[in-house]
Design a protein around this ligand. Sequence first.
Ligand SMILES: Cc1cc2nc3c(=O)[nH]c(=O)nc-3n(C[C@H](O)[C@H](O)[C@H](O)COP(=O)(O)OP(=O)(O)OC[C@H]3O[C@@H](n4cnc5c(N)ncnc54)[C@H](O)[C@@H]3O)c2cc1C
Length: 158
Amino acid sequence: MATYANYQLISARGSGAGWAMVGDAFGFVDPMLSPGLCMAMSSAERLAAAIPAHGGATPELDRALNLYWHWFRDQLTAWQDLVEHFYDGRIFAIHRAGSAFSQKHPGIVSRLLERHTAKHFSGMASGALTARPYSRGLLRFLGRHFARGSEPGLFAIR
Ligand SMILES: Cc1cc2nc3c(=O)[nH]c(=O)nc-3n(C[C@H](O)[C@H](O)[C@H](O)COP(=O)(O)OP(=O)(O)OC[C@H]3O[C@@H](n4cnc5c(N)ncnc54)[C@H](O)[C@@H]3O)c2cc1C
């Protein structure tokens, strides 16, 4: 029996002369955090905006399609980054470390920090902030320096 466990795929190229790929056809990176529908719809929106209403294959169209799929690839790469933090347990370890910090130092600073990280992490999981550099940097920073002491391995999904 053959089994298939890796759902991740990002195409090496997303457009050419007179064609472009949208949604799952270009890439799909995770069945858990629901980037599928989000990216299918937002890539369709971007692609529609790249195509001139009057049609016609012009050099500008080629450039616009090229920009479009590079944007799409960057979005999927950002989703992969988030998904990795989810599966290897770092997100849960950050949460645990944050809860321990709040218990140790109750008050306004803890509440503000918690609200700030919750805003960025939920924004990333919803698709609104997934590729935003600051949100990605915050996740990476906390994953590297904050989660380490909270045993991310315990929360890893295997
Ligand atoms: C079981 C399951 C559960 C999922 N759950 C979620 C979820 O909870 N959240 C989430 O975000 N995503 C989920 N997804 C992923 C999500 O469904 C896809 O990422 C999304 O539907 C992709 O949209 P799309 O328009 O790119 O492709 P599709 O929705 O696959 O649409 C492609 C369409 O093209 C048609 N087609 C194919 N070949 C041809 C052809 N030659 N000529 C004409 N038409 C053709 C197909 O019939 C289909 O209707 C799930 C997927 C599966 C399979």
